[in-house]
Design a binder for this molecule. Structure first.
Ligand code: KG4
Ligand code: ZN
Length: 329
């Protein structure tokens, strides 16, 4: 690379419904976010109960300038000279909603071109994993490799091996819905607003996780793949046409959450029996869920269990900056 190894980057993330910008620096193998600004489009997408890609793209294009200005100001104070302090500009280029991705990539490329800095395209899933390397000031985030990585987001449910050279090997994935999608769809059945994952977690508090015997799909499949669409259907049929009390809703939420957590934990155990790793990393929006964290931590047993800070689990740009600096492939 003619520009040398970047140490300070401005990163953008617009793959779904968060417009985000961050400034990150590489410090002795871990990454520190000097700023991380996330602007959610949730209010816009609540009207449609989900994300319309063209609507998301327009909202990203409208917001990104302000979000970048805020991230630069927070990191460097004087925004006017801030671009000079950067070594590169990074943005998520895939996977995600195409129109939404293009809005962020175009902005990133334009900023890089204007400042005479290189542009780094980042894979969103690699970004979720890189979030595990984000450390607060004075902290170190040295992560032992190889690691087993469980990525659980609204678009992905995957088990991967992360090698010492920071390269991924896919071990298993979902055949249909992602874990986050299952949370969102089950939340919708329970009448909760979009995005349903965090709302369902709140509703599950105090509920009886054994009240409903929801299925644990693919537990006996013998491979490391997942399937969540049957669970959603089972919840739908169990609750259809019933006028549930608040207590019953809490029980249903807790039971569905337990089913998802148990499948994730069992597949982690199965993956660990087939691989030799020095850490287990849980990443992606669903990693914010406390029941899921507990279940996967338990599956990791004696092996160090690593999960990013909650604010870096759901979509943000600091994780994109971290992936750019760490050069996760
Ligand atoms: O990683 P992310 O922010 O975006 C994608 O790349 O998809 O993940 C969003 C997903 C949504 O499905 C959301 O409902 C879920 O993560 N999620 C949660 C929680 N927080 C976010 N699911 C369960 N419990 C949570 N606390
Ligand atoms: Zn994501």
């Amino acid at each position: 690379m003619p520009f040398g190894k970047p140490k300070t980057v401005l990163a953008l993330e617009t793959s779904c419904d968060e417009t985000a910008a961050a400034v990150c620096v590489l410090e002795k193998g871990s990454v520190r976010a000097l700023s991380s600004v996330v602007s959610s489009q949730i209010d816009i997408h609540r009207l449609t109960g989900g994300v319309v890609p063209e609507v998301a793209a327009r909202a990203h294009a409208d917001a990104i300038g302000y979000i970048v200005a805020e991230a630069l100001k927070e990191a460097f104070g004087d925004e006017a000279k801030a671009m000079r302090k950067l070594d590169a500009v990074a943005a998520t280029t895939a996977p995600g909603l195409r129109p939404a991705l293009i809005a962020g990539e175009a902005a990133g490329r334009a900023l890089a071109l204007g400042a005479g800095k290189p542009f780094i395209g980042v894979n969103h899933v690699a970004g979720h994993v890189a979030a595990a390397w984000l450390a607060e000031s004075g902290e170190r985030a040295m992560r032992p490799l190889p690691a087993l990585v469980l990525i659980v987001s609204g678009g992905h449910t995957e088990l991967r091996l992360l090698s010492k050279k920071m390269a991924f090997e896919k071990l298993g994935e979902t055949a249909d819905d992602a874990a986050g999608e299952a949370f969102d769809k089950i939340a919708r059945i329970l009448g909760l607003p979009y995005p349903g994952g965090p709302e369902l977690e709140k509703m599950a508090e105090g509920g009886n996780a054994k009240a409903y015997a929801f299925p644990r799909p693919m537990l006996g499949s013998g491979d490391l793949n997942f399937s969540f669409s049957g669970l959603k259907t089972a919840v739908l049929y169990a609750l259809k046409g019933k006028d549930l009390t608040d207590g019953e809703k809490r029980d249903a939420a807790a039971s569905a959450q337990a089913a998802i957590a148990e499948v994730l934990s069992a597949k982690t155990t199965a993956a660990l029996s087939k691989t030799k790793v020095r850490a287990v990393i849980l990443a992606g929006g669903v990693a914010a869920n406390k029941a899921v964290r507990r279940a996967v931590a338990e599956a990791a047993g004696e092996i160090p269990f690593i999960v990013p800070a909650t604010k870096y689990c759901t979509d943000n740009a600091a994780m994109i900056g971290a992936a750019a600096l760490l050069r996760i492939k």
